[in-house]
Design a protein around this ligand. Structure first.
Ligand code: FDP
Length: 354
């Protein structure tokens, strides 16, 4: 075969059949109903936000004012990066005129952003972490955006968004965008987990992996071991266990989305436990842990706080935090077994003293 012909065949065989995100959502729902059209349009808007953020990130070091801190501190008490503020605003501007959502709740905002009355108001809430892994932004390492969609319940007349204070089962869709060597969007609407890769030449997210399944066990444990002495003894027990047994390897990127994506693809466990000072840990339920729990369950894995199924946790407030143990079924169960063992021992110790 001539070289030109061969390269044409290779090029063709590498091409996907170009399933776009909106088409995929409708295929998954097997419907053209108003609800299905809304969900497809919502995912399309999230994809648009992802493309805008991805474009800015890809040139961030060349754009004046793209990197560094704004000088403000957010509701979490964290210094806000310019990219956090930018990405937060991108989601708002993409959804403001869409007629799809009534409000957007983000990790960066103390209260949700309500769609103004002069704009079309939709039935859904978008809940999101605009930039996850902010410490990676200024050094050109992978970061992400996390999102979930919930249907508004009630009228929210007092503007407190209390209907969002419900467990993870109320999410009708969840996913994340990973801005890495390529930009990927991974989502679920309750029919499995599917990944799309942004083809910059087309400006489209194209289906790259369908029905992703996390292996039941994997070699990776992903945790910030710098906090070792801040943890409960049970988590230290687990870390000692993996240090002493063959077949484990540590990976921690400083961006939850990146570490989660590795585990989704290859198996293992990501842990962000509580610490002595912060028993509830660092990660936010509505914006981070519940959306990823939704995804991992759809992929055949598990998410836990250590003592409770993550999807069952009801937040007390919009910015409630939870410990997170997430990934392969067997690896999550192993971490939980150390927590249960220590709990049993301390119960017995209390009983023997009384
Ligand atoms: P960041 O604060 O940099 O946005 O969302 C919180 C998060 O990143 C996760 O993405 C990441 O896994 C974790 O915090 C890193 O925290 P530590 O530096 O405490 O390990």
């Amino acid at each position: 075969m001539a070289d030109v012909e061969r390269s044409l065949v290779e090029e063709h065989s590498l091409d996907r059949d170009c399933t776009t995100l909106s088409r995929h959502v409708l295929q998954q729902l097997k419907s053209f109903s108003a609800d299905a059209q809304d969900l497809s349009a919502l995912m399309n808007r999230i994809a648009l936000a992802a493309k805008i953020i991805s474009r800015r990130l890809s040139r961030a070091d060349l754009v004046e004012g793209a990197l560094g801190f704004t000088g403000n501190v957010n509701v979490q008490g964290e210094s806000v990066k310019k990219m956090d503020a930018y990405a937060n605003d991108v989601f708002i501007s993409v959804f403001k005129q869409s007629g799809l959502v009534c409000r957007l709740a983000s990790e960066e905002m103390e209260k949700p952003y309500y769609i103004p009355e002069n704009c079309p108001i939709g039935r859904y809430s978008l809940i999101y972490d605009p930039i996850d892994g902010s410490s990676n932004v200024d050094i050109n390492l992978n970061i992400g955006s996390i999102f979930a969609i919930r249907r508004q319940q009630g009228d929210d007349i007092d503007g407190e968004a209390t209907d969002l204070l419900q467990d993870g089962h109320q999410q009708i869709a969840a996913g994340y965008v990973i801005y890495g060597p390529s930009t990927m969007l991974v989502y679920s609407i309750g029919t499995g987990v599917h990944a799309f890769t942004l083809d910059p030449s087309l400006g489209e997210f194209i289906l790259s992996q369908e029905n992703m399944q996390v292996p039941d066990h994997g070699p990776v444990y992903s945790v910030n071991e710098g906090n070792f002495w801040q943890w409960d003894e049970s988590i230290r027990d687990y870390i000692r266990y993996v240090h002493r047994h063959e077949g484990y390897t540590a990976r921690y990127s400083g961006a939850l989305v990146g570490d989660f994506h590795r585990i989704l693809c290859q198996g293992g466990v990501f842990i962000y436990p509580g610490t002595v000072k912060k028993p509830e840990g660092k990660l936010r339920l509505l914006y981070e842990t519940a959306p990823l729990a939704f995804l991992i369950e759809q992929a055949g894995g598990r998410a836990s706080t250590g003592t409770q199924n993550l999807m069952d946790v009801v937040p007390e407030k919009l910015h409630t935090r939870t410990p997170l143990i997430i990934g392969s079924k067997e690896d999550v169960a192993l971490v939980e077994s150390f927590i249960q063992e220590r709990a049993r021992e301390s119960k017995e110790a209390i009983a023997s003293r009384s």
